[in-house]
Design a binder for this molecule. Structure first.
Ligand SMILES: [Zn+2]
Length: 216
């Protein structure tokens, strides 16, 4: 079982057709054409890039953590992981990864999880669920909260303990670590660069990430 499958990319930054920095707390949404490769760079290390995927041809068919985990018989994501939709359709594949392990069990932060996990006065804090919803609403008003599925947390370290518990641990990523996903069809990628201030995953300090895109 490949848990830390670190593979560097052959792609050169100067060949990318798109590059943008997403500040901590900001969101990003884009449709990738078949074959396009998206790189997400953890610029300062230990940031969590909460990510949702949709089949752009049929947006109701969204990313499924369950189908992805079952399809690869592995709870962690790394190079070679095929990211599947609810229907089982293969949406994207991780083709390079210098971090080596990403979570898809921990979910994204929300007003509710912040208040349950930390304290009630965190209820009003900025959270990934709100960023996801804002991005979706700006893209197409037809999206609702029902379109928010369990997500991927790129660069986030959520080890599963021997007795089946989840630990939100100090990160395994480092400044400059990146992950690359290739779109197998036409896929919509939605990212919330997590604003979380209460979690050791990002050392209580959310930082920017960079996204780059290459043609096939
Ligand atoms: Zn978050």
């Amino acid at each position: 079982m490949a848990v830390f499958n670190r593979v560097e990319s052959p792609r050169l930054v100067e060949d990318a057709i798109y590059s943008e920095v997403i500040q901590a707390g900001d969101g990003w949404l884009r449709v990738l054409k078949p074959g396009q490769v998206l790189r997400i760079v953890d610029l300062e290390g230990n940031q969590a890039a909460d990510t949702l995927l949709y089949d752009a041809e049929n947006p109701e068919d969204h990313y499924s953590a369950v189908a992805t985990i079952a399809g690869q018989s592995n709870i962690y994501l790394s190079t070679g992981s095929v990211l599947r939709a609810e229907s089982g359709k293969e949406l994207l594949k991780i083709v390079a990864d210098t971090c080596g392990r990403h979570d898809t069990i921990g979910g994204s932060c929300s007003a509710q999880s912040n208040s349950v996990r930390y304290s009630h006065d965190k209820l009003s804090m900025h959270n990934c669920r709100d960023t996801f919803m804002l991005q979706l609403a700006q893209h197409d008003g037809a999206y609702t909260k029902r379109d928010l599925a369990p997500n991927i947390n790129f660069f986030m370290n959520v080890p599963v303990t021997k007795d089946g518990g989840l630990k939100f641990d100090d990160g395994v990523s480092a400044p400059g670590c990146y992950v690359e996903v290739q779109s197998l069809g036409s896929s919509m990628v939605l990212i919330s660069n997590c604003p979380q201030l209460n979690n050791p995953c990002n050392a209580y300090n959310p930082t920017p990430i960079q996204v780059l895109i290459w043609e096939k």
